[in-house]
Structures are given as C-alpha cells and as structure tokens.
Design a protein around this ligand. Structure first.
Ligand code: NDP
Ligand code: 2IT
Length: 446
C-alpha cells in the first residue's frame, strides 16, 4: 500500500474504533484502489476516498413495540444514508439480533460500489434493527414494522431513499412497512422494493439475488471453458438468496449438495431439487432457524455446529452472512480442489481467507459484483413503478441476466486495464469507485 492509503486507513481506524466489519470492508476496497489513486491525483486532492468513508447521514432511533402478552420492548433502528452521488440512497433493511452500527455501515459502504456496478441510477444505503424475528408472531412482526416505519417514513421517499429486504426482511415485512408508510404519507409510491406482485412489486425480485449469483458463476466458469452443467455446488444459508441460487443452479444443470443454518449444515448427495427447493421456503417461514429439519424430512446427513466448506465441491457459494468463510475454511476449499468461490452474501469471506483463495488461483468473485442482481432487480422494480407498468417474467429475467453479464465483463476489463487480469475483487472495486468518484467531482464539494 502507498503512504497515502496507509494514512487514510489509519485515520479511518481512529475515527471508527471497534467498528470491525466496517473497517474490514474499507480495507478490502482500499487495497484495490492504490493504483487508481496514483494515476488520478485529482481524486486525492478532492479527498474523494475520505468523503466516501463518511456516511452522508446516519439515523438512529428508538423502536418501541408491544408483544402479544402486552409487554413492552425497545429495539434500536438505523438507516445509513451513505452516498447519493449517482442516485437516491438504495439498499436493504436487516432485522437480526446481531445488527450494530458497524455491520450496517459495512453493508452501506459495500452497497455504494455494488449499486454503481449495476450502472443503474442508485446511490447506497442500508438500515435495520437488532430486532430478532425468531419466534415472533405475525402480529408482533407487524407491530414492530409499524413502529419502525413511524420514525423512518420522514427520512425516505421514492426520490430520496428506497429501502428493501435483507436478512430477516422479506415480502411479509415489506408489506407491513409499506402499509404504514402509505398511511403516514398519504401517498402510494415506489418507496420500497420487494413489494408484493399485486401492489407494485416486480416479477423475479424474490429470486433475483440468487439467480444473479448463478448467472455470474456461469460467466466465471466460462472463462475457463467450463459450464454449470454437471458441477457440484456447496451453498450456505437457507434464506432468500440461497433459495434463488439453488433454483437457478439446478435449472442450469448443476447439483447443490449443501445448505446451512446457524445450527449446522446438511449434506444431500442426490442434490437439492424439486420439492426439496420448495421445502426451503417452508424452512425459512417457520421462524425456527434450523436447517436440521431438512435432514429429518429428507433423511440426509446433518453436521451440527459445522460449516459446509470441507465438502468436496467444484463451486462454493456462500449465501448466509458475513465472515462465514474464514482461514481454515479457505484452506479446506483449496485442499479439496474447489475451482470457484462466488459470493452470494455480503462479505462472507474474511480478508485472510480471500488472500488464501487468491494465492491458490481459485476464481473468486466479491459479493458486491456477484450478488448485485438483487438490487439491480430492485432498480427494475423502481423503473416499472415510475412508468406505472409491469414487465413480464421473461423481460425482467432477460434484463437481470444481461446486467450480470455486463458486471462480469466490467470486472474483467477493469482488472485487465489496471494490470491485474482475472482479479474480480480489484475490477469490481475500481469500476464501482470510478463512477461514483467522477459524479462526486462533477457535483462539487458536498
Ligand atoms: P434471509 O433472512 O432470507 O436468510 C439468511 C439465513 O441465513 C437466515 O435463515 C439466517 O438464520 C441464516 N444465517 C444467519 N447467520 C448464519 C450463519 N452464521 N450460518 C448459517 N446461516 C446463517 O436473508 P437473505 O437470504 O436475504 O440474505 C443472505 C445474505 O445475502 C446476507 O449477507 C445479505 O446481506 C445478502 N444479500 C441479500 C440480498 C437480498 O436481496 N435479500 C441481496 C444481496 C445480498 P438466522 O436468522 O437464524 O441467523
Ligand atoms: O444487499 C443487498 O444488495 C440487498 N439486500 C438488496 C438491496 C435492495 O435495495 O434491493
């Protein structure tokens, strides 16, 4: 790293002590940007990087709600409005007990680069709460969402900030949030994406992140003259992203043999297909958060407290959460001859693990490129809302696939242009950065 970026990182660390996830995300990006900052002194003098590491606005608020027994609970709500240089803030909401300011800042930071890569007009944001949806009734989730939106509504809007789903936030939560926004604002608009198909949602949005990741993996394999057909995949998680990924990989002729949850992982040697894919939806909506139920239902192997990365596969697709592939996991993947790691989740690979995979020459795509299909399809939902039309399933899927192919090519051509051919991480970081940086230069000191 150059002295400039070392100093920059030291300052970010001082300003954001203990925000480990945020610092990890910034460090990963900065590792890639040295070469750009050397070639472009104008970005250095305009302090573009320093500005990008500071959110435009951070909202933090109280979310009081009442459970079914009449007891009162207080959660913490957040919205990080990170960067609006290329469009209104856009990014999901996460409801999970692990949510902290650091986690949402890392996600918002990543979102800025990801949204830029889609080429659609979307800035970056993220939000959520430490609310735990596990074991809550429908009415409790509704009351929580209504309370959350009672504060958030004044800070968002279809041209200001457009939230969507993430861990713990799916169609049900988006419905309750939308209902409350409409009531408070007296306005029917595309203020959220991931809406129900009868009331402004887009076809393919529920599947889009996983579909997009599978399309991206296909493009990666093609660079080695390979295909998805006949390949064996390890997928982690069992939520929205994992479900879309398993569906598309299976459709393209691949075989997915694992799923995981906070409790452990399952190994299904025959592949997860047909009714087993439908069962994933039941697992997710059960609010039990146990993947063991799959093993009991289909009589397959279950490994308690373990991650699926020591299974011998061709492609690994982490689709659960951040830092779920660590040093030892990466070594296992290398040892077992895995040829490709395609991130479906956000930052599922730790920095050290990434360096191990990179040194071993494994194809590796960062989530900000390979999981961009979700937010890209949110962008398509926004376009449909603005035009007051809805496109067919085939049309949305066609545009999604085209966007994923374009992101793939952008990563590779940018990596090549900056002297690191085949490095998707550097390609994604630089290409995502350039579009935002140029817009910031154009817009003056804001
Ligand atoms: P879901 O809530 O649908 O699924 C996440 C699942 O993973 C939950 O069941 C969760 O269980 C489980 N999980 C959490 N931590 C772990 C862990 N350590 N090991 C195994 N399983 C775990 O969320 P999504 O599928 O939407 O999100 C998954 C990932 O994809 C996240 O990183 C998210 O940021 C990213 N993403 C999501 C997009 C979207 O459109 N939804 C778009 C792009 C990226 P539990 O709640 O018990 O922890
Ligand atoms: O991480 C992500 O890209 C998302 N959770 C989706 C964001 C969105 O606005 O659709």
């Amino acid at each position: 790293m150059t002295e400039y970026t070392q100093n920059f990182l030291a300052e970010v660390k001082t300003k954001n002590t203990n925000e480990f996830e945020f610092l990890q995300a910034v460090e990963e990006v900065v590792e890639s940007l040295d070469v750009v900052l050397q070639r472009h002194p104008e970005y250095r003098s305009a302090k573009i990087l320093e500005r990008m590491a500071e959110p435009e606005r951070v909202l933090m608020f109280r979310v009081p709600w009442m459970d079914d027994q009449g007891d009162i609970h207080i959660n913490r709500g957040f919205r990080i409005q990170m960067n609006s240089a290329i469009g209104p803030y856009k990014g999901g909401l996460r409801f999970h007990p692990s949510v902290t300011l650091s986690i949402l800042k890392f996600l918002a930071f990543e979102q800025v680069f990801k949204n830029s890569l889609t080429t659609l007009p979307m800035g970056g944001g993220k939000g959520g709460s430490n609310f735990d949806p596990k074991g809550k009734s429908d009415t409790e989730v509704m009351r929580f969402c209504q309370s959350f939106m009672s504060e958030l509504y004044r800070h968002i809007g279809p041209n200001t900030d457009i939230p969507a789903g993430d861990i713990g936030v799916g169609a049900r939560e988006i419905g309750y949030l939308f209902g409350q926004y409409k009531r408070l604002h007296n306005e029917y608009s595309g203020v959220l994406t991931g809406k129900g198909i009868n009331w402004g949602g887009s076809l393919v949005r529920p599947e889009a992140t996983g579909f997009g990741a599978a399309y991206f993996a296909l493009e990666m394999l093609k660079t080695k003259g390979q295909n998805i057909e006949g390949k064996v995949f390890a997928v982690s998680g069992f939520g929205n992203v994992a479900w879309g990924a398993v569906s598309k990989i299976t459709e393209l002729g691949g075989k997915v043999v694992t799923l995981s949850g906070p409790d452990g992982f399952i190994y299904d040697k025959d592949g997860i297909k047909g009714e087993k894919i439908d069962y994933m939806l039941k697992l997710r909506s059960s609010a039990n958060d146990r993947v063991k139920d799959y093993a009991d239902e289909f009589k397959v192997d279950y490994f308690s407290g373990k991650r699926p990365w020591d299974v011998k596969v061709d492609v690994a697709m982490p689709c659960a959460t951040q830092n779920e592939i660590e040093t030892e996991d990466a070594k296992e993947l290398v040892k077992n001859g895995c040829m490709c790691v395609c991130e479906g989740a956000n930052m599922p690979t730790s920095l050290d693990a990434y360096h191990i995979l990179r040194e071993a020459g494994i194809l590796f795509s960062p989530g900000k490129a390979s999981n961009a299909g979700g937010v890209a399809t949110s962008g398509l939902e926004m376009s449909q809302n603005s035009m007051r039309i809805s496109w067919s399933r085939e049309e949305v899927d066609r545009q999604l696939r085209e966007i994923m192919q374009k992101i793939h090519n952008t990563c590779l051509t940018t990596a090549e242009r900056f002297g690191v051919p085949g490095n998707y991480v550097v390609g994604a970081n630089i290409a995502g950065f350039l579009r935002v940086a140029d817009a910031m230069l154009d817009q003056g000191l804001v």
